[in-house]
Design a protein around this ligand. Structure first.
Ligand code: AKG
Ligand code: FE2
Length: 205
């Protein structure tokens, strides 16, 4: 059976000073190409605008090519009443070296406060969320900076960062201003020795 997953490679960014909008691409030292450090596959309903991220425009497969995905979509719609997803980005992490760097899925075509439903299968992986620079993480931290800067710096390491373990069969939902105000990532994990498939259902408005 042929795989619809793509290991995405594209030529090195012509302007090396320009950082990709979403930090999900990485520079491969040997081949000097920008690559996505996991395999991806994009599915979308017909007639929607093209998805472009980090200068990459994935081919949109149709739902009919993957009948099981339609079943999962239906189950997600049932679990999240009122949701109506029309596109899906799949990620395959072949092992602990595959990852997604800090980014937000804040592309305009998803609207200002998108709901994104993330379903995971296979190997457990950690998922991190942290506030974008300049966004206050809660009312407490916004207090007039009573604390000396040196102290604040010390505890700022992972303060305000939230970690979740996304387990086989789990449904994780991001909504509201999560994409506007927060970054998320799935870091490399030496101990994650098996494949993980992640499905992120989205609505292009
Ligand atoms: O694999 C995950 O849990 C996250 C994937 C993700 O953030 C994305 O596809 O934008
Ligand atoms: Fe994401």
């Amino acid at each position: 059976m042929s795989s619809k997953f793509q290991a995405v490679c594209q030529p090195t960014n012509p302007n090396p000073n320009e950082t990709p909008k979403r930090q999900i691409l990485d520079l491969d030292d040997e081949s000097q190409v920008l690559y996505v450090p996991r395999d991806t596959c994009y599915v979308a309903s017909p007639g929607l605008p093209d998805l472009v991220y980090s200068g990459h425009q994935p081919h949109a497969h149709s739902w009919d090519e993957f009948p099981p995905l339609k079943d999962i979509l239906e189950a997600v719609h049932k679990a999240l009443p009122g949701s109506c997803f029309n596109s899906l980005l799949l990620n395959r992490y072949k092992g602990g070296n595959d990852y997604v760097g800090w980014h937000s899925d804040d592309e305009k075509l998803y609207g200002s406060a998108p709901e994104i439903a993330s379903v995971s299968f296979g190997c457990d992986r950690d998922f991190f969320l942290k506030k974008k620079p300049g966004k206050k993480s809660n009312a407490k931290e916004g207090r007039n900076n009573e604390e000396p800067a040196s102290k604040r710096l010390k505890r700022s390491g992972h303060a305000g960062q939230h970690s979740f373990t996304l387990k086989h069969g789990s449904l994780f939902v991001m909504r509201g201003y999560t994409q506007r105000d927060w970054l998320h990532s799935v870091p490399k994990r030496a101990k994650a020795d098996a494949t993980r498939i992640n499905l992120t259902f989205r609505r292009i408005v």
